[in-house]
Design a protein around this ligand. Sequence first.
Ligand code: AHG
Ligand code: MN
Ligand code: MN
Length: 339
Amino acid sequence: MAQNINRRVQTLDEFTIQQVRDFPHATGELGRLLRDIGLASKRVNVEVNKAGLVDILGDAGSINVQGEDVKKLDVFANNQFIGVLRHGISCAGIGSEENDDIVIFDDEISNNSKYVLLMDPLDGSGNIDVNVSIGTIFSIYRRVSELGQPCKLEDFLQPGNRQVAAGYIIYGSSTMLVYATRRGVNGFTLDPSIGEFTLSHPEIQCPKNGKIYSVNHGNFHQYNEGTRSYIHTCQRKNRNNGGPYTQRYIGSMVADVHRNLIKGGIFMYPGTTDKPKGKLRLLYECNPLAFIAEVAGGKATNGEISILDLQPTELHERSPFFIGSIEMMDELERHLAQG
Ligand code: AHG
Ligand code: MN
Ligand code: MN
């Protein structure tokens, strides 16, 4: 007897094929790149789920280019993504948190690919050992260098508003891939029974307002006056904002931002007196999440201007980061302007 398959549920592949069908001039290259990302993330997911069982926990014994400890899973995730994308036919090269320089694939097919990808292969890696959600963040640009030649650093140093697509994968209570193009943000949940990402959150919109704020309170006294003043507002009963808000900060930005995107909220990683540019990396942490938030109707700034308008000068540069529901961001901006 035929199985009762729910044909209303679209897999990631079916979704990208549908997009190509809707746009007859599309070549399908972006869809193939997304499929490669999906494949790499499924492999990472398998290892993440085994993290408590096998000897993959702990530091890999080296430090990354940011001077931070590298966990074994960071290395594994980085290698998986690079391996899949290098062997695919839709990516000319990558920039990664875990690689000092860009990785240029430089073979005939890759040199003819029109896209480059930037990624944080494992975000929240400090949470691996304690079974808290972690994720992968990625950003896709159309290269500006000549097709047929190896890609160049200039392909990666484009402002965020030039992103073609961006997304993240969360390895959490479910594994989820959230993917944005200018046309919309869609969320796919991994169905472990068939090993496919299936469309579970079509057309995600970030609520205009929320009741969650996410910030590292340990650094409170190092934030500027405007930021401290806004945090105080979050903690008070206020006729306008329905506060006090709830504070939630996991330490995996991708999970904090995901929750706020779905429920409404604001995430902040401000500059501090010790580190005026904060901690987060513009190209593969801030830009992709900012792109997703803005397509979903939210907003992201560095405290002064839109994250997406910043012209990068270095692959690993950092930026203060504020992202979330539009009305909360507007209120934050009023405080920053007065601070
Ligand atoms: P990564 O694991 O890629 O180094 O990123 C960790 C980031 C981010 O995910 C998180 O929100 C932030 O670091 C936490 O930093 P603090 O401990 O300084 O708050
Ligand atoms: Mn990170
Ligand atoms: Mn990382």
